[in-house]
Ligand binder design. Structure first.
Ligand code: PEP
Ligand code: MN
Length: 362
């Protein structure tokens, strides 16, 4: 894949590149006021969802194409560029007709190679900047694959957006950042512009600063952030949007790092590997939390059905299969057995607690 840094996008873009705007374009007034507020904070590229991919039908699905003339209006009035999400060739056509400056492919679209290919085909011969958000699942190849489809369609200005990955239990984040994935992407494609989307990672406005600072520390090329003139009244993603003023405060607080010694790309390799290990360990603990939550549910079930906590046949099977799985994954089976002994002890103790309402003496 041919990658080009922002300097070669021919758009005189800010460094780091800042894109901000509402999750969804809602009304002409909401758009005008938000853009006006953001322009006062120095923002030159506005984002806004026109068609919104929603998990369940009946949720607000974006106002649709009627937003396009409103966008044209604010572009003219404030001299800003505008970025929107496209999910199919019909969106692409309407966006290009309306003079939209930048496009992005959303996380729910990136997961589907058929959809991405259709978008890529519809963009053949069109020279428009396009960002690809990471897929909802932590699959780097799928993310890269989507960008390769655009590259093969002849697009020259391709960027990536890191918006985090779905997690299965409630963590601090709406979408786990799993920083090692964007780091790996940047290691493979050092010239590929990479933005961070702290809004969809955090899900709550008070988390955005730390996520964005982490992205700056990791030498990301910029941010895409959701901002709304009246966040609490937003029609989508209310909890994670910032007022333009609050966004301005956040931008001023963020420390950009000098490329050089502080830049992790140049950091000692050992340090980089350790950062990745820290992240993997955090994930291990997240997975362990999920397991223990299930163990508790089993405990409740055993309690209400008056079953014994310790069921030897089940555990024999667990020890056997886990050792076999470990072997198949090139892990030492003895190591797996030891780990599962500890997990077993903890599980029994949790379930006994549930059964008796007391802690088991260790
Ligand atoms: C969005 O940017 O508003 C959006 C829907 O994001 P994502 O595709 O990352 O979920
Ligand atoms: Mn959103």
């Amino acid at each position: 894949m041919e990658t080009r840094t922002f300097e070669h996008w021919g758009m005189n873009l800010q460094n780091p590149l800042i894109i901000a705007g509402p999750c969804s374009v809602e009304t002409p007034e909401q758009l005008d006021k938000t853009v006006s507020g953001l322009v006062d904070q120095g923002v030159k590229i506005i984002r806004g969802g026109v068609w919104k991919p929603r998990t369940r039908p009946g949720n607000f699905e974006g106002v649709g194409a009627i937003a396009l003339p409103w966008i044209k209006e604010v572009k003219g009035k404030y001299g800003v560029k505008f970025a929107i999400e496209v999910a199919n060739p019909n969106h692409v056509e309407q966006a290009l007709d309306a003079g939209i400056d930048l496009l992005w492919i959303g996380a729910r679209t990136t997961v589907n190679p058929f959809a991405v290919q259709e978008i890529a085909d519809s963009l053949k011969g069109v020279d428009v900047p396009i960002f690809v958000k990471n897929p909802v699942n932590p699959d780097l190849a799928l993310w890269i694959g989507a960008m390769e489809r655009l590259d093969q369609a002849g697009l020259k200005r391709i960027g990536a957006i890191h918006r985090g990955f779905s997690n299965f239990n409630d963590t601090k984040y709406r979408n786990s950042p799993m920083w090692q994935l964007p780091i790996e992407l940047k290691t493979k494609f050092p010239n590929l512009p990479l933005l961070n989307d702290p809004s969809h990672i955090g899900g709550k406005r008070d988390l955005l600063f730390d996520i964005a600072q982490m992205a700056y520390d990791l030498n990301f090329d910029g941010l895409i952030v959701e901002s709304h003139i009246d966040p609490d009244k937003a029609w989508s993603d209310a909890a994670q949007q910032l007022t333009p003023e609050a966004f301005g405060v956040m931008l001023k607080r963020l420390k950009t790092r000098n490329t050089g010694l502080e830049n992790p790309i140049f950091k000692h390799q050992l340090e980089q590997l350790r950062e990745q290990i820290d992240e993997v360990d955090r994930e291990l603990l997240e997975v362990m939390t999920r397991r223990m939550n299930l163990v508790e549910q089993v405990g409740e079930y055993k309690k209400s059905n008056n079953l014994t906590v310790f069921q030897i046949e089940r555990w024999k099977k667990v020890f056997k299969t886990r050792a076999e799985w470990a072997q198949a994954m090139n892990l030492n089976p003895e190591f797996a057995r030891e780990i599962f002994k500890l997990i077993h002890t903890e599980s029994i103790s949790k379930q006994t607690e549930i059964m008796e309402g007391t802690k088991l003496e260790k």
